[in-house]
Design a protein around this ligand. Structure first.
Ligand SMILES: [Zn+2]
Ligand SMILES: [Zn+2]
Length: 504
């Protein structure tokens, strides 16, 4: 199915005043089903909103561009918030920094940018961000404002790989314009590197006209040329790029509900026309009303994209195991070490709070090993005592979007305790058939813990600590122990969730 979304076009400017209908007709013919038009200053708010009222495929972003940061009053920013709260507009934008023109003093640009990021978080809408020659400060401010609830798109991306990695790490979406067709290969590497779920396309009309229309006014129909070039660079098909970028734009701008409602109008009209045995209504002549208020879709809005997104992680841990039994307390804490695998089985369904932990811990009771025993024949020996433990736990994180995560987990544990020396068993269990005494058991386990997410260019490194407690129901036990006992095990682990794992 042909479907494209132009996520950035300034269609309210004078250059489109005479032929906006034809421009949108050409866009529809090219498969463009929605266009996001970002305002850049208060004078453009109403013209943009008017255009969206006339054409249901147009959606508005409300915001003040860095070019106008010095000329606006703070009350204009209050107006941005008010308009959005009243359901006018689907995003805050375009906002950001522009050090190429420096039309406003930089401290003022920072102030206006930051305030509008805060508005985006307050109203729960995404932000469309303009960045020209201001990589460092844009990233710094985004990082400072990213508390897990900020959703943003870097529009007209034209920076390097390091900026891309940091922006993606902060949960950002990346949108490309016609500049990928005329940048002489400078952007090829970043176009290839953007993860599938973060990439979008736009025209930035009337600017940034793609090849072969350079020199002419840009328009939404040309977004297909951006998609075409992107397909070429990423070694895939135009269809694939259309599917991916459209799905991303719908999810990011929450267009799904709006488009569904619009799609229902002609369907219902047609259905009622047919049931009345009248000739079907000419759908193209129907004026499609805008949904009553886009704010209605606020309740249906999905959770913001997760800044500490995890798919699969691995690492190691140190533990300290104590067996607490009714008849005997092996009060000595036995040092152990092991591996820790952690993944989010439902991540593809956007579930952030659930992880699956698989752990293996090996501990050796060195204290017991240091003790010598005397067996029935009077011979001294030291029994080695090894604990092996497999854990399979569901980890529930209460605040997955925060830097510091608190979690509780619940699952199953398999426990194996082996004593390797025959002589000792002769004395202790009086059973000469055993070369080795093995105690095994299955149990329920639970844990409380804390993890810290540290972002690196390669993925997330998460020091994790938890207190892991198991109740073991043993099948074969030592005579001195009850068949049920507890294991108490504080664990200190280091997990690594590589960025590439989400592509698996
Ligand atoms: Zn821009
Ligand atoms: Zn723009």
């Amino acid at each position: 199915m042909r479907s494209l979304i132009d996520t950035h076009a300034h269609l309210y400017v004078g250059r489109f005043a005479d032929d906006i209908e034809q421009v949108l007709a050409r866009a529809a013919e090219a498969g463009v089903e929605a266009v996001v038009i970002p305002a850049t200053k208060p004078q453009e708010f109403q013209p943009a909103l008017q255009l969206a009222k006339r054409f249901p495929q147009i959606h508005v972003a409300i915001g003040v561009h860095p070019h106008h940061a010095a000329e606006i009053a703070d009350s204009d920013l209050d107006q941005v918030q008010e308009l959005l709260q009243q359901g006018n507009g689907i995003a805050v934008g375009e906002i950001g920094l522009d050090y190429h023109y420096d039309f406003a003093p930089r401290p003022r640009q920072h102030e206006v940018f930051r305030r509008q990021l805060q508005i985006a978080k307050a109203v729960g809408l995404p932000a469309v961000i303009h960045n020209r020659e201001s990589d460092e400060d844009v990233l710094r401010i985004l990082e400072e404002e990213q508390d897990g609830s900020l959703r943003f798109q870097l529009h007209c991306f034209s920076s390097g790989m390091d900026v891309l990695e940091q922006a993606v790490g902060l949960g950002g979406m990346i949108s490309f314009t016609g500049n990928i067709t005329f940048s002489k290969g400078a952007l090829d590497e970043v176009v290839r590197a953007v993860p599938d779920d973060r990439i979008m396309i736009e025209t930035d009309a009337p600017y940034m006209t793609p090849i072969p229309h350079r020199g002419k006014r840009n328009e939404p129909a040309f977004v297909e040329l951006v998609a075409q070039k992107m397909a070429e660079l990423r070694g895939t098909t135009l269809q694939e790029i259309m599917t991916t970028t459209t799905a991303n734009a719908k999810r990011f701008f929450q267009l799904m509900l709006l488009l569904m409602m619009l799609a229902c109008v002609p369907a219902v009209a047609q259905q009622s026309a047919t049931s009345n045995r009248q000739p079907p209504a000419d759908i193209s002549s129907l004026t499609l009303p805008l949904p009553a208020s886009p704010a209605d879709s606020v309740t249906a809005r999905a959770k913001p994209s997760e800044p500490y997104e995890k798919w699969f992680g691995f690492g190691g841990h140190f533990a300290s195991t104590s067996i607490i039994s009714g008849s005997l307390t092996d009060a000595n804490a036995v040092p152990g070490y092991g591996i820790w695998l952690s993944g989010t089985p439902l991540r593809s369904l956007d579930v952030h709070w659930l992880q699956l932990d698989l752990t293996y811990t090996q501990s050796r009771n060195t204290i017991l090993y240091d003790t010598t025993y005397t067996n029935v024949t009077g011979k001294e020996f030291a029994p080695p005592n090894d604990h092996q433990q497999f854990g399979f736990n569901f980890r529930f994180t209460g605040n997955p979007m925060s830097v510091i995560n608190l979690h509780a987990s619940l699952g199953l544990t398999y426990f194996r305790n082996s004593y390797g020396l025959e002589q000792w068993l002769v004395e202790e269990v009086r059973d000469t058939n055993y070369k080795e005494f093995v105690e095994t058991g299955l149990g329920l386990s639970g844990a409380f813990g804390i993890a810290i997410n540290i972002k690196t260019p390669f993925g997330i490194v998460a020091p994790t600590a938890e207190w892991y407690v198991s109740k073991i129901m043993s099948e074969r036990v030592l005579p001195r122990r009850k068949t049920e006992f507890f294991l108490s095990q504080p664990r200190l682990g280091l997990l690594f969730y590589p960025a590439f794992s989400k592509l698996w």
